[in-house]
Design a protein around this ligand. Structure first.
Ligand SMILES: [Fe+2]
Length: 188
């Protein structure tokens, strides 16, 4: 229970359908994809028209403007502990397959305790699942794999906190969950 309480402060798995968008995998696999520098990641923007094919993202874009991209981290690389400088909340999904070996860790007590140790919890990405990500909790990424790590990330134009975003989702839950259920029902 304690672990769950810590997790919910750092990330939240969205209770919606798996997200599988072939264009995202084309971007990753294409040799000619122009990756640009972004906070020491490499990133490729994803057009909102692509995201709008998904019912949840389409619903979300009718309320808030956002932009999305794929972040690429090389093999044997860690992205050091940090809080994001310009965003409080984002939506995140790992695009690698389940054999991929990387870790995304959060620490709720870093810089609070004296010394150089801190506790951590892991966001264990499930394939094709989307997570609300608290960018203001210290986090780090370690890529142990022999290939790149690819992460879809979506950030909002409007600045609001992780807690406020979860409240917004909770308040409107019936709208977006019902909408998805309808879509799924139609496709059966
Ligand atoms: Fe970050």
């Amino acid at each position: 229970m304690l672990k769950y309480k810590q997790e919910i402060k750092a990330f939240y798995e969205l209770p919606i359908s798996d997200y599988v968008e072939p264009v995202l995998y084309q971007i990753i696999l294409e040799a000619g994809t122009p990756w640009r520098d972004y906070y020491q990641f490499k990133v490729k923007e994803v057009n909102n028209v692509i995201l709008d094919r998904d019912p949840f993202f389409k619903w979300l874009s009718s309320h808030y403007e956002f932009k999305a991209g794929i972040c690429r981290l090389p093999m044997d690389t860690c992205y050091d502990w940090h809080k994001d400088s310009d965003r409080d909340v984002s939506i995140s999904m790992l695009l690698n397959n389940k054999n991929h070996h990387s870790h995304c860790l959060f620490s709720l007590d870093r810089n609070i305790k004296e010394g150089i140790t801190n506790n951590f919890i892991e966001l264990e990405y499930k394939p094709n699942r989307r997570y609300v990500f608290n960018n203001q909790v210290d986090h780090t990424v370690l890529n142990f794999d022999t290939g790149y790590r690819y992460q879809l990330t979506l950030e909002f134009k409007e600045k609001f906190t992780y807690d406020n975003f979860l409240i917004f989702l909770e308040k409107n839950k019936k709208k977006w969950i019902r909408k998805l259920e309808n879509i799924e029902h139609v496709s059966l």
